[in-house]
Design a protein around this ligand. Structure first.
Ligand code: ADP
Length: 846
């Protein structure tokens, strides 16, 4: 048993082990299977992973390359950034304005050169505290800290940085620099500080402040931009409203409420409207009354950008002066008027007795007198005349001064006026042995519209001076003209002499009042020194101008320019004369030339000789002349002697003698060799008449003098002396004269005596000359018009007009002159009367 059992047991054990082995081997197999599967999967994975690793590796490789590039880029970028920053600072350094950055604890980070220069320190190192910088500049006196101490200024400046926003501040540096500091705190706490150089602006501003007047500038919206202190001071009531940005209207209204504009009181709304409407115009310039009794001149102008710039000038003083002047002027004018009236009255009063003095002296000179008596009488006469000239000058001058001188334009003959002036001066010229000549442009009309009286006055003064200041040689009055506009001539009238002349430094002076040249050569001449002053004012009054050219010792030439309308010609020069050829004998070149031209215009040829001897020898060969014109006054052989010689040599050609004193010449021509006497200077019309008279008689002979009657003349004059003077002056004239003692009697005599001409004194008792003239005109109705000639003492303007208004034709001023009376008689003589003057050949007859 035991064994079996053991064997059985062993067998059972073996079998169990065999079964377990089998199971285990199955399990192993399965595990092997699984393992194989795993291994496969694993190897797959490994392959896969290897793949991944490989691609990762190549990626890493690529990345590494990229990384390398990136690194170089970064490096480059860094260098560029550094460069850019340097550039930026370089640029910032070139800015004229200062620029600085401080960190949040107010330490300097960086600043440009301009900023450092402002603080006059090239070397403020970064990190320096702002306070330290401030202390340095304040202590060194670089900046003007005004009233502040260094500490208080520094604190003030630091406190500024605490404000938000930080107000700009202007600093003035001792270098003359002006800087505006503009500071801003950045978000990160940094402080950016700008120091703007405003020196230029400040200069302009200082200049604007320095203007002594108010200056203001408004922008295009009419808002105040700037104004200077003067502007505020002038409008002191409005000043509080003058803040930059305030509108013009607001400032205006503020001023209005505060009494700035006294002129607006009571009409404020209208005033504002007016003032604002002025704002519309591009520029204004007016005077304005402001508070405090002051006056401003307001000048506003639009600026190119649509704003408005204004100046206010305080003209209070000027206004006061102007007012004072105005007042003084009124007073002076009143005084001048009083003076003129006084002078007019005085002249009237002086003239009336002077009439007696001069007139009687003139008559006295015509009576037989011994030499001494003649000297006395002459002296009385010439002194009286000189006195009258002075009175006339003073009166004229005061009239011009009082601006009471009016011109009386009328048609007149300029050549005749010049001739009359020359005739008046002829005796004086002749006495001194001076030739007085007229050269009137041949192609110039003679009749113009102007004031002949005033022109005569100017000419008399200029020509009178020329004669006065010339001892030998000639005086030549020359007239030329240019047709400036159709129907008017620009006349140039010159008076040339060969006298003492005037030094250049005196040329202006002599046109002043009472001015004369004070030299030894000049002192012996009398005069008031008013003549040229009056002449100039007269010519200017007529719209012309006067000038003078002179050389001491050689002569002077006074001239004036005047534009006058040409009058419808009355009597023009005769078309032509039937004579063909004339011989002209004159020692004066100018006279020969003038005569030659005058003869040429009426179709005559002329041969010119400069002396009697030359003419006589010419006549030996050539006698084919229709007329001989010979000057009476020539050296060696005069005109009269020449004629004697010529006649003796058998020359029968008619002779016209050119003489300064034809009456005397006629007396000397005892044998009657001379066919006609021509008064020099020659009036063209006279010359033509004489030449025509030499021509063979026309078919209808002039009416024979027989059957003519005497001219009837009525003279109304209350003053017995004047009656006597008048009677004596006309005693050898062929007229019938009757006197009336007053106006009433004149009117009566007018009806009974039936005069051809009336001389009428103006101031007479009972009925004055004006009333009498009016009464006569009423009596005449539209019947024939008898000329009435007023006799006045130099009257004032108003009188003159009232005289002419009374129906008077002309007036003569006292003292009366024989020549003036004769001229009037000749002019108004009716055709059926005998010529009044028997001592002169009647014009037109030989
Ligand atoms: P009056 O002749 O009365 O002195 P005017 O005013 O006519 O006054 O002249 C002023 C001055 O001018 C004269 O005194 C003289 O000195 C100078 N004068 C005027 N005309 C001439 C002239 N033709 N030649 C030289 N001097 C002259």
């Amino acid at each position: 048993m035991e064994l079996a059992e053991r064997l059985a047991k062993e067998r059972r054990g073996r079998l169990a082990a065999e079964r377990l082995l089998e199971q285990k081997s199955r399990e192993l197999h399965a595990a092997n299977e699984k393992l194989a599967l795993h291994a496969r999967a694993l190897s797959d994975q490994i392959v896969e992973q290897r793949q991944v690793v490989r691609s990762a590796l190549s990626e890493a490789e690529a990345l590494k390359g990229q990384n390398l590039r990136f690194l170089t880029d970064l490096e480059r970028a860094h260098t560029a950034a550094v460069m850019a920053e340097r550039r930026l600072w370089d640029s910032i350094n070139t800015i004229r304005d200062g620029f600085a950055v401080f960190d949040s604890s107010n330490r300097l980070v960086a600043a440009n050169r301009a900023y450092l220069a402002v603080f006059e320190s090239e070397a403020i190192p970064p990190g320096t505290e702002y306070a330290e910088i401030l202390d340095t500049v304040a202590e060194s006196g670089l900046v003007d800290i005004g009233e502040h101490t260094v500490e208080s200024w520094r604190d003030h400046m630091l406190a500024r940085w605490e404000d938000d926003p930080i107000p700009p501040i202007v600093l003035q540096f001792s270098s003359g620099l002006w800087v505006r500091l503009v500071d801003r705190r950045a978000r990160d706490g940094d402080m950016v500080s700008l120091a703007v150089d405003i020196t230029e602006q400040m200069r302009i501003w200082a200049a604007i402040e320095a203007i002594p007047d108010g200056f203001v500038l408004f922008d295009r919206e009419d808002r105040l931009m700037v104004c200077n202190q003067h502007y505020r001071a002038l409008y002191s009531e409005s000043a509080p409203a003058m803040v930059p940005g305030a509108s013009f209207e607001a400032i205006l209204r503020y001023g209005l409420e505060h009494g700035q504009y006294p002129e607006a009181i009571g009409r404020e709304d209208d005033w504002i409207e007016e003032r604002l409407s002025l704002r519309e115009s591009a520029s204004v310039d007016f005077e304005q009354a402001i508070a405090g009794g002051r006056w401003l001149r307001v000048i506003d102008k639009e600026t190119p950008d649509g704003g408005r710039v204004g100046l206010r000038v305080d003209i209070t003083r000027a206004r006061e002066q102007q007012d004072a002047l105005e007042h003084a002027r009124e007073t002076a004018e009143a005084a001048v008027r009083a003076k003129s009236a006084f002078l007019a009255n005085m002249s009237h009063e002086i003239r009336t007795p002077m009439n007696g003095v001069v007139g009687m002296a003139e008559l006295l000179c015509d009576t037989p007198l011994n030499d001494e008596q003649r000297l006395f009488a002459d002296t009385i006469r010439s002194s009286g005349e000189a006195l009258l000239v002075i009175i006339n000058d003073i009166l004229d001058y005061s009239k011009i001064e009082a601006e009471r001188l009016t011109l009386h334009p009328e048609p007149f003959d300029l050549e005749r006026v010049i001739h009359e002036v020359a005739m008046l001066l002829q005796p004086r010229a002749q006495a001194k042995g001076i030739d007085l000549m007229i050269d009137y442009d041949m192609f110039l009309p003679t009749r113009f519209v102007g004031d002949p009286g005033r022109l005569r006055q100017v000419l008399t003064n200029l020509a009178g001076n020329a004669v006065k200041f010339t001892e030998k040689g000639h005086v030549l009055i020359r007239v030329v003209g240019l047709e400036a506009v159709p129907g008017a001539q620009q006349l140039h009238i010159t008076v040339e002499d060969t006298g003492i002349g005037i030094a250049a430094e005196n040329l202006d002076h002599i046109f002043g009042e009472f001015n004369q040249v004070e030299t030894a050569a000049n002192r012996k001449f009398e005069g008031t020194g008013l003549g040229l002053a009056i002449s100039r004012r007269l010519v200017e009054h007529m719209g012309g101008a006067v000038w003078v050219d002179s050389e001491p010792g050689r002569g002077s030439c006074f001239g004036f320019r005047l534009s006058l309308p040409v009058a419808e010609s009355g009597e023009d020069h005769p078309a032509s004369v039937s004579l063909k050829r004339a011989l002209v004998v004159d020692d004066q070149f100018i006279n020969r030339t003038i005569l030659e031209r005058q003869l040429a215009t009426c179709g005559m040829q002329s041969a010119l000789c400069r002396s009697a001897a030359e003419a006589l020898s010419l006549l030996e060969q050539d006698r084919d002349f229709d007329a001989i014109l010979v000057d009476e006054d020539m050296p060696e052989m005069g005109g009269l002697a020449f004629v004697e010689h010529a006649r003796a040599a058998g020359v029968t050609t008619p002779v016209l003698l050119l003489s300064a004193n034809p009456v005397q010449a006629r007396e000397q021509d005892r044998d009657g060799h001379i066919s006609g006497f021509l008064q020099t200077p020659i009036l063209r019309a006279d010359l033509y008449r004489r030449l025509q008279a030499l021509a063979p008689l026309p078919a209808a002979p002039p009416p024979a003098p027989t059957g003519r009657r005497l001219m009837r003349v009525l003279a109304a004059e209350d003053n017995r002396t004047n009656q006597l003077v008048f009677r004596k002056m006309v005693r050898d004239l062929a007229i019938e004269l009757i006197f009336a003692d007053n106006g009433r009697e004149a009117v009566e005599l007018f009806q009974s005596f039936k005069p051809d001409l009336v001389f009428m004194d103006i101031s007479m008792p009972e009925m004055d000359g004006r009333d009498a003239a009016r009464a006569i005109r009423r009596l005449e109705g539209d019947q024939r018009h008898v000329p009435i000639i007023a006799l006045t003492a130099h009257a004032m303007e108003g009188d003159e007009q009232s005289i002419l208004a009374a129906g008077i034709d002309r007036y003569l001023t006292k003292p009366l002159r024989r020549t003036a009376i004769c001229e009037v008689l000749a002019r108004y003589a009716p055709e059926d009367t005998l010529p009044a003057r028997t001592d002169l050949p009647e014009s037109g007859a030989a």
